[in-house]
Design a protein around this ligand. Structure first.
Ligand code: UCC
Ligand code: FAD
Length: 585
């Protein structure tokens, strides 16, 4: 018979070969670059404690958190409008794994440690490193955590008093029973970028000094949160409101009352999303929600800016961590999968492909850690003026740049698994779906490019000076190392061209600068990241791969704003030609 002849695939045989699947190991122990960074920067006693905790946590991520994250993807939230007796309840049903994520976040102090400041200026570096190990396994619980961190930051900056004291205690608690998460309700139907014109919500002051909010919030993520910060216009006794940014004030509200009933909130529906399906994102009607005004009247946008800073940094964490994870898995896979007679890792072209991803990811990682370092300095009042300017500038730069990098790297990373990278049940495609949002929420690429310009204009050039001297400072050590010399030269040249560009563009007018905004932000990202890679490669503990990474980074176009200007992209005619090109026909 066919079976006796051992004919493969005959009858019930399905073949004998099964590809071994890639598995995640301890992401701390597998990340030599992260370990080297911490060793270079952290004081020894801090390093000892932090690395022990990261090693323990890395094991927990692999053994417990990763499968919970997968559960969250497989069991997305649902909205139950009515209970069995016909009562409107608008209950957002989340899976047990999502609830467990909240407990773990508290147990691990994922928010608390940033506010306890146990490691002084290094507390943010420690928290960010931990979130970086956590993010790709977290089933997007990183989303509520980002907003929780942002809300705690706003409260801390406004003063921890009154109703905010209770909220701050909950947001920064390590007790799973007390821990709260926060939402951030800014976007309305008319505008998520243009919040100033888009916000129609109004607030009516009540005799007890609280406010009742009326409005429609078009995107509210992690709507199962305990509280939120939101914007509205105060309506006077005659029903008048002030339009524009200056009409907006910031409010705090608890989502449910003591009995667990929604606080004047109706959940219209849950969004149907490309990715982030683990997170309940809802449309909400606010119909008399009781709220506290927590900013001065008309200072809503400026007051929520602190939240934007923190959530944008969390966006960078997710972007960089997503890149690292896909590379780690692809690396594992390449050492198991045999094609054309050898492991994929032994095909030079495949290794070149992965090396390119590795360069992008290492650069992005250093940018993330630089921002965490600056934030830690700011929060312990140890930051110089230059540090503060850099933090303001690099936050939008890193958010917009790493968001784009993440999509590209993760997409290429999926290709490293061939067809399996496209298969839902491998759990790989979710990484790409979830990366696509990183360039949209918390400000799109263009909006953040304009924010970069805002930071320059507002500081009357000081921010740009801080950037240039920051870069020069980082190059000092590298310029005395012969292998790095030519890369330092390339970077100096790019910095020089950037300086010349900023002088030229001043005379060209506002439209030219607006057209240049995105390329300008990319230029800042490439130059600063190059400087960080060179600084890293010049450390005593650096390896030959650190040198190689810095050299490769510096060989790309480090000053796209200069090349694009030379190509005429910001000329007078360019804006109308762009429109004509897009709309022809
Ligand atoms: O998307 C959202 C949540 C998603 C879920 C959570 C994800 C978590 C992260 C990922 C982890 C997995 S929440 C919605 C996010 N929405 C946005 O990002 C809005 C995008 N639009 C902007 O960023 C705009 O630039 C606005 C709305 C911030 C500002 O527009 P305006 O009205 O034109 O602003 P103005 O008039 O220029 O600025 C008003 C004030 C000024 O201060 P003063 O009055 O003192 O001069 C600005 O300097 O706000 C100040 N300001 C800032 N300050 C504006 N932006 C900033 C900033 N970035 N930093 C400091
Ligand atoms: P628009 O502002 O209409 O932008 C459309 C396009 O125009 C974009 O490409 C943009 O870059 C471009 N554009 C806009 N203005 C300019 C300009 N001046 N110059 C050049 N280009 C410009 N919001 C919340 O408040 N809370 C949440 O919890 C929340 N969760 C979200 C979850 C998900 C999954 C998503 C996708 C969004 C979420 N948002 C949330 C909304 C998000 O912040 C907004 O969608 C985003 O800020 C963009 O706003 P918009 O949708 O109004 O786009």
């Amino acid at each position: 018979t066919l079976q006796e002849l051992k004919v493969p695939f005959a009858r019930t045989e399905i073949g004998t070969f099964f590809q071994e699947q890639p598995r995640i190991g301890n992401q701390y122990l597998e990340d030599a670059f992260l370990q080297r960074y911490l060793k270079t920067h952290l004081p020894f006693q801090v390093l000892e404690k932090v690395s022990l905790d990261l090693e323990r946590f890395g094991a927990r991520v692999a053994a417990e958190i990763d499968s919970l994250g997968r559960e969250c993807e497989l069991n997305p939230p649902a909205l139950q409008h009515y209970d069995a007796w016909g009562q409107r309840v608008d209950h957002i049903v989340t899976c047990p794994a999502w609830k467990r994520m909240k407990e773990i976040a508290a147990e691990e102090g994922l928010i608390a440690e940033a506010y306890e400041r146990k490691y002084s200026i290094w507390s943010r570096v420690q928290q960010v490193a931990k979130l970086y190990l956590y993010a790709p396994s977290a089933g997007l619980f990183t989303c509520p955590l980002a907003m929780t961190d942002g809300a705690a930051k706003v409260i801390e900056s406004l003063g921890i008093s009154g109703p905010l004291a209770k909220a701050f205690g909950h947001l920064t608690s390590r007790d799973p029973k007390k821990f709260w998460t926060s939402g951030q309700w800014m976007t309305e139907r008319k505008g998520g970028s243009d919040v100033a014109s888009g916000t129609e919500s109004v607030a009516r002051e009540q005799p007890d000094g609280t406010y009742s909010l009326y409005g429609f919030k078009w995107f509210t993520s992690a709507t199962d949160s305990d509280m939120t910060l939101t914007l509205a216009r105060i309506m006077d006794a005659q029903g008048r409101v002030e339009q524009g940014s200056r009409g907006l004030s910031l409010f705090f509200l608890e989502v449910r009352d003591k009995e667990g009933k929604l606080n004047g909130i109706e959940v219209q529906r849950l969004k149907e999303k490309l990715g982030t399906r683990q997170v309940p994102t809802a449309e909400l009607l606010l119909d008399g929600s009781k709220a506290h005004r927590i900013s001065a009247e008309g200072r809503g946008v400026a007051s929520i800016a602190n939240m934007l800073t923190i959530t944008r940094i969390h966006n960078v964490i997710s972007a960089v961590a997503g890149m690292r994870r896909v590379i780690n898995l692809a690396r594992e896979y390449a050492s198991k999968r045999v094609v054309f007679g050898k492991l994929i890792k032994d095909h030079p072209l495949h290794m070149q492909t992965m090396a390119r991803l590795e360069v992008e990811t290492r650069g992005a990682f250093l940018m993330l850690m630089e921002i965490a370092r600056l934030l830690g300095l700011e929060e312990t009042k140890m930051a110089s003026e230059q540090d503060l300017h850099l933090l303001r500038l690099l936050t939008p730069v890193a958010k917009l740049y790493t968001g784009k990098q993440a999509i590209a790297v993760i997409s290429e990373g999926l290709e490293c698994f061939g067809g399996q990278g496209y298969m839902e049940d491998t759990g790989l495609p979710v990484a790409l779906r979830d990366a696509q949002v990183l360039t949209i929420w918390e400000g799109t690429t263009n909006i953040l490019s304009l924010d970069v310009l805002r930071s320059l204009t507002k500081s009357q050039g000081q921010v740009l000076d801080a950037f240039c001297s920051g870069v020069q400072g980082k190059l000092e050590l590298a310029s005395s190392i012969s292998e790095l010399e030519s890369s330092v030269q390339l970077l100096q040249d790019a910095l020089h061209r950037l300086g010349q560009f900023t002088q030229r563009v001043g005379s060209k007018g506002a439209v030219a600068m607006e057209l240049a905004a995105r390329d300008f932000a990319y230029t800042l990202a490439r130059i600063y990241t190059g400087a960080l890679l060179l600084e890293h490669a010049a450390q005593p503990d650096a390896t030959s791969t650190d040198t190689y990474t810095a050299q490769r980074w510096c060989k790309q176009d480090l000053c796209p704003v200069d090349s694009e200007e030379k190509a005429g992209c910001y000329d007078d005619k360019a804006a109308s030609m762009d429109t004509y090109l897009v709309y022809e026909g």
